[in-house]
Design a protein around this ligand. Sequence first.
Ligand code: NAI
Length: 483
Amino acid sequence: MKIAVAKGDGIGPEIMDAVIGIFNAAKLPLDYQFVDMGKWVFDKGFSNGMTPEAKETIEQLGILFKGPMETPKGKGVKSVNVTARKTWNTYANDRKFQTLSGVDTVFSKAGINIDLTIVRENIEDTYGGIEHKLTQDVAIARRYITRGGSEQVIRYAFEMAQKKGAKRITCGHKANIMKLTDGLFLEVFNEIAKAYPNLKADDIIVDDLCMKLVSHPELFDVIVLTNLQGDIVSDLCAGLVGGLGFAPSSNIGDHISIFEAVHGTAPDIAGKNIANPTSLLLSGLNMLRHLGMMEKAVMIENALLFTLESGVHTGDFGDKSIASVNTTVFAQAIIDNFGKQSTQNPKPNLKDFDFVSTNKAISKNPMLLGSNNEPHKIVGADFFIESTLQPNELAAVAMQQEKNELKLVTISNRGTQVWPTGSVFTNLVNQYLLRFETENATPLTQSDIINLYSALAKNFQISSVEILNMWGDKKAYSLAQGQ
Ligand code: NAI
């Protein structure tokens, strides 16, 4: 079986060589096709951090095993890691966090066993990096949450939870504040939950989730989250079990899947052969399971767990009274322990989830469409304008442009209503939102909005316009705070 391998930057080549050494010693039926990806490829002039040949190979083989890759700071350069996940639609980021004997944490010392899986949505949310400066002082980001994208990741989470015999699946969210975006994610979670009556499905607000995770992590089993919240919560969970060095990560898609360590390129220790390859190895074991090589995965995992339990460790963890070993020696210790079993660590599960991707060739981009076809109408528009006027002065000018039934209903600043009612204590920035709505939700045409735009543009610098839609009798836009 052929897979694409990208060694990455920094410690990437060292830990990848160590892991492939372990795989070779285990005589895995794998053929590695090395591809050029990372900061060093970016430096050669390939703006997305990979060569066209690398892209073609990965799309053909469907599996990418990758080391960490550096994202150049600033300069508008996008992360090659995020680009890869998004371009190939690896919608579910699956990370497991387990208490491991040999890796001491406050919880292991207190006898509290952690066995958590976080499924993080991997494509949407603020990770589109769609950002704009609306004025010199005001920057905004778009946050995408879609029905189709949420369905893909939440369905994966339920399937995985069911197959691994989980008792509970929890949706973390902030739907109390972000009612439309996180509200949609939660709605999809509740809809999909109906198809899995044997799983206890519940939801929790993400801040409460964080508090409970650091006080009672043993209460949770599988947790599914949107992208940014999932990013933060999964690193928090890595901390609970001993750090990023022990957190494997699978990025699962329908056609292409990426297996990588959670940590970065560790520039401070790169080239010294002292990095810990465990996270990449555990990610590689997820890949073997994904490819159906269950027995070999369990054999290597047993050897890793035995090695950890016996006290062999790299410099970043373990018992400080035992001298640490370098990356090569650590990998060799695992190879020497093939066939051995840990007594204290959890037994690797032969039935652990195998979500085999199809990697069928496809000829056009899949379109994710929901089934809702309630009637649509436009009932107004939000105009984001630049101004340093006070709210009342601004309203007086804006109201001159009211057309027939299209009325100015609210003015807000950073999401807080400042007109028709508001407080003088609300601080303002030089960017307001003027909301025009029709009375009684009378439908408008796009031309009505363009006409209003032209009229307002005579008085204001307009930075952006958002159409106010209704589907059926539901308003598809949020109210300003205080509206
Ligand atoms: P980092 O994870 O590279 O390093 C944080 C700290 O953890 C450092 O002290 C490092 O020495 C240590 N560390 C990380 N992995 C280790 C290992 N395997 N063994 C021993 N110690 C280890 O995070 P940082 O410094 O924020 O990022 C460095 C670069 O990595 C950045 O360019 C960042 O964009 C990139 N990055 C790439 C990721 C990926 O490829 N998936 C993920 C995270 C960061």
